[in-house]
Design a protein around this ligand. Structure first.
Ligand code: NAP
Ligand code: 3JM
Length: 338
């Protein structure tokens, strides 16, 4: 099989680290792996297939010999370097919000709209959606296809790893400080996250929503190719290290029962039903860590309206929400396009 030179931009970060692991786990056809980060990482190295690879500093000419670039070093890094990489002949799979809503850049979840990848030819960039959007559309697409979703009301319970490695340390340090009766330092979030819930993810916009909430609204419509779906979101950071949970309420055009939803999702790619309330079984963040599936449970009819369903959806935010989805896109690229 043909192999490709691959660069991971932001390799030392929470998402980048997971990308390197997943490339190895899935035996992605890598010829040479280039690990890129900032000057802060000079001298560091990462393990890949039993070898220790040095981390190099991202530069304008880093992509001359690279065919696939997996980017997760923040929006401003992607804005500057993704077009440079694309010009050098590298196909970029970008994990930031920089290009997601650009009309000439595909926004892809392989279980939902793999055909959109073909559009990469226009700019050489494919966008990976926000972690909270990914797990929601994986669970909802089969229902939308069957009975059309008119409206989605979603509230998220998002893990700190979605903010990056500094936030993982912050939750750990604050928890230790508080249990030791010491004053916790507050650095990453505007308020303490340990033993708390923060109804703010990313910055506030003029409409009173956060940017994270509007990512869920706009990205869902683009991925599902349906601007008529009404979406409203409340995104909340909770003191969980890994895996995001979501309470999702939908109103559908045609009636669908809870049993029919269960039947549909049993067959859905990337979904695992965990729904046995009589035995106290439902999806849990701690069980989703390190797993690839999107777990769905608490499926029940919304008795307050004629055609409504409630469900609880959990997935590993660093895997399906970010690194795994990006590698799955790259797998389709090499299989069908490169
Ligand atoms: P993180 O743990 O803070 O890691 C950030 C990474 O970017 C590190 O490797 C860092 O290198 C690198 N970096 C930062 N500034 C750089 C620069 N100027 N030049 C080169 N490298 C630079 O953050 P993370 O959680 O991995 O997230 C990284 C980005 O991925 C986020 O900012 C976000 O845009 C995106 N993301 C997407 C999703 C999704 O849902 N698809 C989820 C989470 C994150 P050093 O170690 O050298 O500082
Ligand atoms: C998840 O510094 C930045 O630009 C990154 C902000 C960020 C994003 C984003 O907007 O790209 C942090 C964590 C995301 C995301 O996936 O949308």
């Amino acid at each position: 099989m043909k192999a490709f030179n691959v660069a991971v931009v932001g390799a030392t970060g929470a998402v980048g680290n997971e990308m390197v692991k997943i490339l190895e786990e899935r035996n992605f056809p890598v010829a040479k792996l280039l690990l890129l980060a900032s000057e802060r990482s000079l001298g560091k190295s990462l393990e890949y297939k039993g070898q220790s690879l040095p981390v190099e500093v991202l530069k304008e000419d880093s992509f001359t010999d690279v065919r696939i670039g997996l980017f997760s070093a923040g929006g401003s890094v992607s804005e500057k370097y993704a077009p440079l990489a694309a010009r050098a002949g590298c196909v970029v799979v970008d994990n930031t919000s920089a290009f997601r809503m650009a009309p000439d850049i595909p926004l892809v979840v392989p279980e939902v709209n793999p055909e959109a990848i073909a559009q990469y030819k226009q700019r050489g960039i494919i966008a990976n959606p926000n972690c909270s959007t990914v797990q929601m559309v994986v669970a909802l697409k089969p229902i939308h296809d069957a009975v059309r979703i008119k409206r989605i009301v979603v509230s998220t319970y998002q893990a700190v790893s979605g903010t990056g490695k500094k936030a993982i340390e912050e939750l750990s340090n604050q928890t230790r400080a508080l249990l030791g009766m010491r004053e916790p330092a507050v650095k990453v979030y505007p308020h303490r996250i340990a033993f708390n819930c923060l109804p703010q993810i990313d910055v506030f916009l003029d409409n009173g929503y956060t940017k994270e909430e509007m990512k869920m609204v706009n990205e869902t419509k683009k991925i599902m190719k349906d601007d008529s779906i009404a979406v409203t979101a409340t995104t909340v950071r909770v003191p969980v290290f890994y895996a995001h949970s979501e309470s999702i309420n939908i109103e559908t055009e045609k009636k669908i029962t809870a049993a029919e939803v269960r039947e549909l999702l049993e067959k859905a790619p990337g979904v695992k039903i965990v729904d046995d309330p009589r035995n106290l079984v439902y999806p849990l963040a701690i069980d989703a860590v390190g797993r690839d599936e999107t777990f769905v449970g608490r499926i029940r009819e919304d008795e307050s309206i004629t055609n409504g369903i409630n469900m609880w959806v959990v997935s590993d935010n660093l895997r399906k929400g970010a690194a795994l989805n990006a590698v799955q896109i790259a797998e389709i690229l090499v299989r069908d396009y490169l």
